[in-house]
Each structure stands twice: as C-alpha cells, then as structure tokens.
Design a protein around this ligand. Structure first.
Ligand code: KG4
Ligand code: ZN
Length: 357
C-alpha cells in the first residue's frame, strides 16, 4: 500500500511527476509548488495519425508505451533528479481514450509502488483549467474559464480547486473538433486546427457568410455541427471551380465564425456571472485570431485575460503535475488507480471534502 501522506505546512513542497497520455501526446513533467516547473518533455503523435485523418486509439496506446519511459528519463535528466527524489506521481485518469490512459496509469502506479510514493489520478479538464497557474502571474479565484479543446467546449465558473460550475457547453462538436474536421474537408496534409489557422492567415474572413450557431440566443451553450455542414456544402460547390484561393478564404471565414461565437458567449457569460477575470484553456486557446479578438474585447470591457503559454494550451505533462501538486497540497491522495473514458467535470469536489484517513 502507499504510505498516507499528511500535508505538513512546514515541510518543503513535494516534487510531483506529471504523466499525460489521454490522447495523442505523450508528456512528462516535474513540478514543485514554490519552485515551479523543473522539467517537461513531450512527444506528439500527430505524424503517426496524419494518414488516417484522426487519432487511431490502438496506435496511440502502443506509441505511448514506446515513448513514455524515454520521456521520463529526459525529464529526470532536465531536472537533475533521481527517481527517488520524486515525492508523488500524478497521471491523467480521464476523460480520454481508455487504452491510452491505461498506459499512463499503469506507469504511474508501477512507479508509485516501486518508489513507495503516493499516486494521484488527475482530471484532464481540471488540469487544463489550472494550466495558467504555471505562469508568473496566475489568476486569482473566482474566474471564468473558456475551455476549448479537441474534445470539449465549455464555459466554467471556477471558484477554487475542485469548485467548478459549468455554465455552458457544446451540444454537438467541440470547437477543436470543428477545426480538425474543417481541415480534413479542405484536405490539408495535417488535419489539425493549427494547420487550418495557418491557412486562414492568408484568406479573406468575409468571403463566405457562414452561420454563427446559437449566437443570438441567451443560453451559453455552443453548437458547431451546422457550421461544419455549411463548410462541407461550400467545399462541394467550390471544388468544381478552377483555382485554389477559395480554400484560404473558406478557412478564414470558418475561423472567423468560430471566433465570433466564442467571443459573444464569453461576453454573455462574464456579464451574467459578474466575473471580470477570464482564463482561456485548451488547444484552441492557441489560436491567434481568437486571442486577438479576446484581447480587443478585454481592452474595451475591462476584463483581465489569462492564458497558459502556447505550449501548455495543448496537452502537456506540466498541467498534470501542477493539478496533482495542488490536490496533494490540500489533502493526501488515496491510492487512486483507474481511468475513466467519460468523466463529467461537474462531479469533481474540492480536496477538503474528501476523507483524509
Ligand atoms: O487540449 P488539446 O491539446 O487536446 C484535447 O484535450 O482535446 O486540444 C487539441 C485541439 C485539436 O482539436 C487542435 O486542432 C486544436 O486543439 N488546436 C487549434 C490550434 N492548435 C490546436 N485549433 C485552432 N487553432 C490552433 N492554433
Ligand atoms: Zn486536452
């Protein structure tokens, strides 16, 4: 069994290893509260899945098996630490691809057992929400978070660690998924949001009047599947025409439609909740057009805007190590061993609500 670790305010902050394997990034990081990030190493499987037009779960799991231990060695070397100097192990326990999650979980548990250290299973979305706390000037609670990733699009009121109220979420596709599907419809070699955003930079965002789903409505939910259908119909129409400039224009018009919807819903959520601090988390938070639009709006409205640095918007081990460290600081983790493919954020509770013994 793992030794129970009682938080001792006088003891030095524990050195926490974070492991992320929920989808197609294998990532390891080491974080200590007070000292900050000591190391982070990541391998993206994007090239591995490119020819299939989406993440192939079995290939993802196998590649995590291949890459995880070498990345662990890299991170330990970067931090100048021996494995025995790790005080706790955090891993992403869900939501995500079960096979991929199990690689991280099994590795974390094996390390925890052999080193006699506690192991904590981290919620992937909580890790994204807390990622801006890796930066020098982290947001104070409470804040509104726009969580926009490949699997989720949510507006969350964050009152503290584990104190989350979901104000709105997508009814169908996630924003990142819409970016990925549009990149595929435009036959980009890498069907990714980043590739679509790069193409959009050369295009005219006004050329195609695409729908802005649920824009005029009071509710804070999102819907992106109608937008994707409009893109598909436009592709079918334009592909018959000679010349290729329309691709960049369609990419830019699509991106503008998504940005308009996200900014409008953020504005409505901030007005409704009375909050003025906004955190943007998740892979789509790396989008330059979204950042520019939110910056302009924040300037007009007097919001304070917080992002993780670009490399910590997308999946990474640093946010997992940090989320683990925050949970450990509040309460000793039990011997959590498990993964969950589906795991609603709203089921999380603050650590203090858990029994300590
Ligand atoms: O947070 P993340 O790395 O993984 C999930 O937890 O889903 O987000 C990945 C998503 C993908 O859909 C990817 O296409 C999108 O974020 N993404 C972007 C950009 N960079 C990554 N979408 C738009 N613009 C970008 N620059
Ligand atoms: Zn993610």
């Amino acid at each position: 069994m793992h030794p129970e670790v009682k938080p001792d305010p006088a003891a030095p902050a524990p050195c926490v290893l974070g492991i992320e394997t929920s989808c197609d990034e294998t990532a390891v990081a080491i974080y200590r509260r007070g000292s900050g990030l000591l190391a982070h190493a990541l391998f993206s499987q994007a090239d591995l899945h490119a020819e299939f037009g989406g993440v192939v779960p079995e290939l993802a799991s196998r590649d995590h098996v291949r890459k995880l231990l070498p990345l662990l060695d890299t991170a330990l070397r970067q931090a100048g630490l021996a494995p025995s100097q790790l005080d706790a192990i955090a891993y992403t326990a869900g939501p995500g691809l079960v096979g991929a999650l199990l690689v991280g979980a099994a590795t974390a548990v094996a390390l925890g057992r052999s080193l006699q250290r506690p192991v904590v299973g981290v919620h992937h979305l909580e890790a994204h929400l807390l990622a801006p706390r890796l930066e020098r000037q982290p947001p104070a609670y409470p804040f509104l978070a726009l969580l926009v990733s490949g699997g989720h699009t949510m507006l969350v009121r964050v009152a503290g660690l584990g104190r989350y109220s979901v104000l709105g979420e997508t009814l169908d596709d996630a924003a990142g998924e819409a970016f990925d599907k549009t990149a595929r419809l435009l036959e980009l070699p890498h069907a990714s949001g980043a590739a679509l955003a790069a193409l959009a930079q050369q295009g005219d965002p006004q050329r195609y009047p695409l729908p802005r789903p649920l824009l005029g409505q009071q509710r804070l939910d999102f819907s992106f599947s109608g937008l994707k259908t409009a893109v598909r119909l436009t592709v079918e129409r334009e592909a018959a025409q000679p010349g290729g400039a329309w691709r960049a224009d369609l990419a830019a018009s699509f991106q503008q439609a998504v940005v308009d919807v996200l900014v409008a819903k953020v504005r409505a959520a901030l007005h409704a909740s009375g909050l003025t601090r906004l955190v943007v988390a998740g892979g789509v938070g790396a989008n330059v057009a979204l950042r520019a639009a939110l910056r302009a709006e924040a300037g007009r409205e007097g919001w304070q805007l917080y992002y993780p640095r670009i490399e910590f918007c997308t999946d990474n081990g640093a946010m997992v190590a940090l989320a683990g460290a925050e949970r450990i600081a509040e309460a000793a983790p039990g011997a959590v061993i498990g993964v969950r493919a589906r795991w609603p954020l709203s089921t999380l509770a603050p650590p203090a609500a858990r029994p300590r013994d």
